[in-house]
Design a protein. Structure first.
Length: 182
């Protein structure tokens, strides 16, 4: 069974707004390495639309620094599954996931391969509620922003985790990987 890994950038005060993190070469390189551990990405509608708008090729000349290009190429080429009840269709190497979330994601996890990778806020909370996430990575940025959104607000039960690795970046951000204690 291939694992489902979750990664999110979050500030020290818990904000997971993609606009407030420290976007640098090290963090983008780390994200490329994360995506390389997966056969496909699993997104909710909001994350899919945000990532597509930012990373779908071709980008206008000079739209982003050259050090972002490896990440842009990696995410653009990745196979994607999109969980949505409102979208009628997707493209960008994507397929809609419909029906019961637990059944659909269990089916994807049972396929052979290296793993699935997810991000975002709403879908990962639903996946955590269902006990489907095999690894959590929080990339904590040394920044206080004083607003949300925050992770896992309203989670119905506690999920105990075990730290399995820690990686510090030059920016002061720290990537911490956890596995659920089962």
């Amino acid at each position: 069974m291939r694992p489902l890994r979750y990664s999110i950038n979050v500030t020290l005060d818990g904000c997971c707004d993609h606009r407030v993190g420290i976007a640098d070469e090290d963090l983008h390189r780390h994200a490329v390495e994360n995506i390389a551990q997966a056969d496909a990405l699993l997104f909710g509608r909001v994350t899919y639309e945000m990532m597509e708008a930012a990373w779908r090729s071709p980008a206008p000349a000079g739209a982003r620094p050259a050090w972002m290009e490896p990440f842009a190429r990696t995410i653009d080429a990745a196979r994607k599954y999109v969980v949505s009840s409102t979208l009628d269709r997707v493209d960008w190497n994507a397929e809609l996931v419909r029906g019961d979330l637990a059944t659909a994601v269990q089916r994807l996890k049972q396929e052979p391969g290296k793993g699935l990778f997810t991000g975002g806020v709403t879908l990962p909370q639903a996946l955590a509620e269902l006990g489907l996430i095999d690894e959590y990575e929080l990339v904590v940025h040394p920044r206080l922003v004083g607003h949300g959104p925050t992770l896992f607000a309203g989670l119905s039960r506690r999920i105990d985790l075990k730290l399995v690795s820690r990686l510090e970046f030059g920016s002061g951000a720290v990537a911490m990987r956890y596995e659920p204690r089962r």
